[in-house]
Each structure stands twice: as C-alpha cells, then as structure tokens.
Design a protein around this ligand. Structure first.
Ligand code: COA
Length: 255
C-alpha cells in the first residue's frame, strides 16, 4: 500500500482516491500496484459491489509519473501499470469515476474502462502520447475511435490537445457534468444507488455489455503495451520526459 492512493469503504462502495496532489496526482509504480491489488481484492470480496475512483477538486491525474517512467520504465506484462490496466479492463463489478481538473494520459484512458463517469465542469481530458514520443495505451486506440468516431479520435490522439467536460459529454466519455465541488458526492450517490441493486443483475449486465469486445480490448492492450514499452526507451520519449523535468519545450527536430 502507498499513502498516495487512499482506500475507503462505505457499506458496499469502495472509493480509491488519488492522494498525490503536490505532484498533480501523477501515478507511480507503487500507486498502480496498490490500485491493481485493490481491484483484484474487490472483485473477489462479496462485501464490495461498486468501486469509485476520484481525485481532487482541482486535479484528477497528470497521468504516468514521468520521472518514474524515465528512470524505471515498466518491463513487460507483470509490471504494475499493465497489471492495473488489465485489472480495470476486466473488473466485473460497476466502476465509477469522478473527474475534476486535468485528466492526462492514463487519467483519461482509464475512464474508457469505467462504467459511469461524473465530470466537474473544470475537467480537461487529454491523451498527449504523441507529444511524449509514445503511442496510445489502455486500448484507447480501439475504444476512442469507437466512442467518438475516427476523425475526432485522430484529433485527440494525434494532436493530443485537451478537451473540456462539455466536449467529453458530447462524445460520450462522461455521463454528467456538475460543479467540481459536487463531483465526488454525485459519484458516491450513484455508486450507492448501484450497490442497492441485485449484484447478480449488475454482474450479468456488465458482462453482456462488455462481451462483444473483451478479447479485442485485451489483444489491443497487449499490442499497444509492446509498442509503448519499446517507445519509452527510445530517444523521442527520453527527450520529451527530460524536457518536462527541465521545464522546456522538447526538441524533436532530429528525431
Ligand atoms: N509526472 C511527474 N511529475 C509531475 C507530472 C507527471 N506526469 N505532472 C506534474 N508533475 C509535477 C511537476 O513536476 C511539479 O513538481 P514540482 O512542484 O516538484 O516541480 C508538480 O507536479 C506541479 O506540476 P506543474 O506542471 O507545475 O502544474 P500545473 O498546474 O502548471 O500543470 C499539468 C498541471 C497536469 C497540466 C502539468 O503538470 C502536466 O502537463 N503534466 C504532465 C502531464 C503528462 O504529460 N503526463 C503523462 C501522460 S502519459
């Protein structure tokens, strides 16, 4: 367990809260491991029916911790980030997220695996993988075009610029937009509403909803993972990460 992810259970609802606000809730290997373990345990625990992810009113997550990625890039399927991605994609019970402020990289792609997403009106979603010398992850190269159509997906994934809560609502990435100070409360209310329903119906409905493409998602996630792992070690990503740390613009002119 790391204190950078808080775990709180209220009746049958487990809430996982990013708690690394000073570093914009960027996600370290220890945080991925904690969340992967929490999801695996929650899947088996009959006392838990619904899981909610939340951040802070000002920041959901700045995505992968870039220092972590630069110094100890994840190696292979067993690495904490891939454990987390597989756990979230195959989680059998309802998953909710309350998102306020920036949701960068995996901060956005993890939402593709949540069943319901509440956004604060200050939420800003982005998938800037290309700007970091990387490629999509979390099966986003499959799920984003399905969700928003090819050209909007290409804009989001090739340009990597942020889009705000209302645009996310329009393309179907989020279910509701509320004032930021209400997002966590609304997500908890929805989670409690779900937790009061018959678990067998929740499980079967989610299974059927996902059935059409469980395998395609797993395959795409693996394929992306191989490329992402290789690209993390290549010069473009190293330049992008170093530039971020040095607070300068990256120079890709020779790459
Ligand atoms: N990894 C590691 N540290 C990060 C981080 C990340 N992804 N994002 C932010 N931080 C750290 C900064 O280095 C800074 O640390 P410091 O105070 O010790 O210098 C602190 O968090 C605050 O970040 P800052 O950039 O000053 O905040 P901001 O409010 O101006 O901007 C963001 C917030 C999220 C827009 C901006 O931090 C950002 O773009 N982060 C990188 C996002 C990214 O590329 N993620 C990877 C996706 S794969």
């Amino acid at each position: 367990m790391t204190p950078d992810v808080l775990s709180h259970r209220e009746d049958a609802v487990l809430t996982l809260t990013f708690n690394r606000v000073a570093k914009k809730n960027s996600i370290t290997a220890a945080m991925y491991q904690t969340m992967a373990d929490a999801l695996r345990d929650a899947a088996k625990d009959d006392a838990i029916r619904v899981v909610v992810f939340q951040g802070h009113e000002t920041i959901f997550s700045a995505g992968n911790d870039l220092g972590d990625f630069l110094n100890t890039p994840p190696a292979g399927d067993g690495s904490p980030v891939f454990q987390f991605l597989h756990a979230i994609a195959s989680f059998p019970k309802p998953l909710l997220a309350a998102v306020c402020g920036p949701a960068v990289g995996v901060g956005t792609t993890m939402l593709l695996h949540c069943d319901l997403v509440i956004a604060g009106d200050n939420a800003a979603f982005s998938m800037p993988f290309v700007n970091l010398g990387l490629c999509p992850e979390a099966a986003s190269s499959l799920l984003v075009p399905q969700m928003m159509g090819y050209h909007r997906a290409a804009e989001a994934l090739l340009l990597g610029e942020p889009f705000m809560a209302e645009a996310a609502l329009e393309v179907g990435l989020v279910n509701r937009v509320v004032p930021p100070q209400e997002a966590n409360r609304v997500a908890l209310q929805w989670a409690q509403k779900l937790a009061a329903k018959p678990i067998s119906s929740l499980l079967e409905t989610k299974r059927l909803l996902k059935k059409g493409q469980m395998q395609a998602v797993a395959e795409r996630m693996n394929e992306e993972g191989v490329s992402f792992g290789r690209m993390l070690r290549e010069p473009a990503a190293k330049e992008a990460f170093t530039a971020f740390m040095e607070r300068r613009n990256p120079d890709f002119s020779r790459l």
